[in-house]
Design a binder for this molecule. Structure first.
Ligand code: UDP
Length: 243
């Protein structure tokens, strides 16, 4: 194997926002996009990288969205958590079609659908080469799947938290709105917080800072992007304590 194909990280947690899964649609799950993301994951799993996945639910329901106006916050948030379970099942299906062994573990028990979250069991799945998809966020309202991703990354002792978005890194401003925006190669956790760069929730960034886990922001839409970034190539931004 050439050095450019050697993964930089042994175990990662990949966070994908629900919005990525809706593709060009304005809502819901676009199965072609799910398949494309699954292919990215399968390629890296095939290289021996241990993978945990956390998928958001924003493509279906968000606790703080207009669709939830008038609802009690907790109930709306539980609906959001259920949305993440739907996305997790769609991703599990797509991965298994590609021959990748997976398990879904939910923070809210639903035995007929998937396993409950059990740390040691998740650990064992990873050691056996299974991709573990963590669903239902933290199982508690007033949180987001970014925070859930950070907590699971720390808990599962991941070497990095990969945030797959539709943009290829962290920019000085929104590159879709501001043509002068430039991308950061690297950033310090504190810079992300003080400049309020909004790449992830502040609580997620703080948790990664406390645990010294780098956050790697890249575009999940680019074919082969995950493989490139995990082998130290491709366009991305690394957030760590060493910027
Ligand atoms: N959610 C929650 N607790 C969690 C994770 C998620 O209450 O631990 C709810 C919350 O309402 C959130 C929704 O689930 O808006 C979907 O998650 P998120 O907004 O993080 O999804 P993404 O933006 O990544 O698609």
């Amino acid at each position: 194997m050439s050095s450019s194909n050697v993964p930089t990280y042994k175990r990662i947690l990949l966070k994908i926002s629900g919005e990525v899964l809706m593709g060009e649609q304005g809502f819901g799950i676009d199965m072609n996009t799910v398949k494309a993301v699954a292919e990215e994951v399968a390629e890296v799993a095939g290289m021996g990288v241990e993978l945990c996945l956390v998928i958001g639910g924003g493509n279906i329901f968000r606790g703080l969205s207009k669709a939830a106006v008038g609802m009690e916050r907790s109930s709306a948030d539980y609906m959001g958590m259920l949305a993440t379970v739907m996305n997790a099942l769609a991703m599990q299906n797509a991965l298994e079609k590609l021959g990748v062994s997976t398990r879904v573990q939910s923070a809210i028990q639903m035995n007929a659908v998937c396993e409950p979250f059990v740390h040691r069991r998740a650990q064992r799945h990873l050691e056996k080469g299974r991709v573990v998809i963590f669903a239902a966020g933290l199982g508690a309202p007033y949180f987001t799947t970014d925070t859930a991703a950070a907590l699971r990354a720390a808990e599962m002792r991941c070497d990095a938290l990969f945030k797959g978005t539709s943009v290829d890194g962290v920019y000085t401003a929104d590159p879709k709105k501001d043509a002068t925006a430039t991308r950061y190669e690297s950033l310090d956790y504190m810079e992300v917080l003080s400049k309020d760069l909004r790449v992830m929730d502040a609580s997620a960034v703080s948790l990664m800072r406390e645990n010294g886990i780098p956050i790697v922001v890249f575009s999940i839409r680019e074919p082969g992007g995950l493989r490139k970034v995990i082998t130290g190539q491709g366009v991305h931004t690394v957030i760590s304590g060493q910027a």
